[in-house]
Design a protein around this ligand. Structure first.
Ligand code: UFG
Length: 329
């Protein structure tokens, strides 16, 4: 029996594949390598290059492998891009989910762990955000993922496909030994951009907005280490294997750090000056996002190990120092 990881060559997917293999699972990976990196996939996984919307290709993998459950990371995830090209997001993300569930149902695969997002909540009504809070996305990326959650709900009722939706907050860091890490092109995320400045690859950081209603005026985010995050996926698989009902869980640290605090922490970790300037707000940025992760802790037994933001940044810096051009060297 194998666990099928869709999008296993991406940042989070590659860490999940690696961690599953470390935990003794047999792992099959599907990735179209549009944003993923072949070099990030643990060599012990069975890798198939292809697209989840390609029915013939997907059927061939499901026919060949004895799949017990699916972890689904394969999606586009750049918020500003989704504002410019929403149909790309609904086609790949939402359309891909419909095709996937059809194929799972045809092959009698009834368990899926899904990579959802805090972006399904939109502008929060209360902090910390609970799973029962209203989901009103403010961008097509979040909307595409919310639609995927809803499609899984109806597929559960009709075909008995059980799901766990894991709503990530800000995922950060890398495997401790620096062998795999975060490599996006173009990079849009705060920590990798700060570290590009620290490494001398960019002149300065632009902090998007310092007039938010927060302690220092900059946005506040909840950072969760990628290894803690992928461990929650393994717990979710176990939860489904025990015959539990479909459900959704937030994954965050429940601590908020402002963009200025992140910059200060990165300066401390790297020992570099990291020049920064204030810039206008970025469209669609909520002021503060902090998760309540009590449900994941209580129900899944999730026990995140990284509770120090400097430790998280340190793992990203370690990866960066070993891979100045990401997976290109
Ligand atoms: N930021 C800067 N300068 C930069 C890059 C980012 O100031 O050069 C700021 C952003 O404005 C934001 C914070 O850093 O305030 C974090 O931004 P990221 O782009 O790293 O992450 P987001 O919070 O925008 O997005 C993350 C995920 C998305 C997900 C979203 C949920 O990357 O996929 O959380 O709200 F949709």
């Amino acid at each position: 029996m194998t666990v099928l990881v869709l999008g296993g060559a991406g940042y989070i997917g590659s860490h999940a594949v690696d961690r599953l293999i470390e935990n003794g699972y047999d792992v099959t990976v599907i990735d179209n390598l549009i944003t993923g990196h072949r070099a990030s996939i643990n060599k012990k996984a069975h890798f198939y290059e292809g697209d989840i919307r390609d029915e013939k290709f997907m059927n061939s993998v499901f026919d060949k492998e004895d799949i017990e459950g699916v972890i689904h990371f394969a999606a586009f995830s750049v918020v500003p891009e989704s504002m410019k090209d929403p149909l790309k997001y609904f086609d790949n993300n939402t359309g891909g989910m419909i095709k996937l569930l059809e194929i799972m149902n045809d092959h009698n695969v009834k368990k899926i762990v899904f990579s959802s997002t805090a972006a399904t909540y939109g502008e929060p009504k209360q902090i910390p955000i609970k799973e029962t809070d209203p989901q009103v996305p403010t961008n097509p990326y979040g909307e595409s993922k919310l639609a995927m959650e809803k499609i899984m709900h109806w597929a559960d009722l009709a075909y008995g496909i059980k799901f766990v939706s894991l709503r990530y907050f800000n995922v950060a860091g890398a495997k401790d030994n620096g062998s795999i890490g975060e490599d996006h092109n173009p990079e849009t995320h705060l920590i990798p951009i700060i570290l590009q400045v620290a490494a001398g690859e960019r002149d300065q950081l632009s902090i998007f907005g310092d007039d938010y209603p927060t302690k220092d005026g900059t946005n506040i985010r909840d950072y969760v280490h990628v290894i803690d995050l992928v461990d929650a996926h393994i717990l979710a698989l176990k939860y489904l294997s025990k015959g539990n009902d479909s459900d959704a869980f937030n994954l965050g640290s429940s601590n908020g750090f402002s963009n200025k605090e992140m910059l200060d922490a990165a300066r401390k970790v790297t020992g570099k000056e990291i020049p920064a300037v204030m810039a206008p707000r970025r469209a669609g940025d909520p002021s503060t996002l902090i998760a309540s992760s009590d449900k994941a802790r209580n129900v899944l037994g999730w026990n995140p190990q990284y509770d120090d933001i400097e430790e998280i940044i340190k793992t990203a810096w370690n990866w960066k120092q070993q891979h100045s051009n990401g997976y290109e060297n």
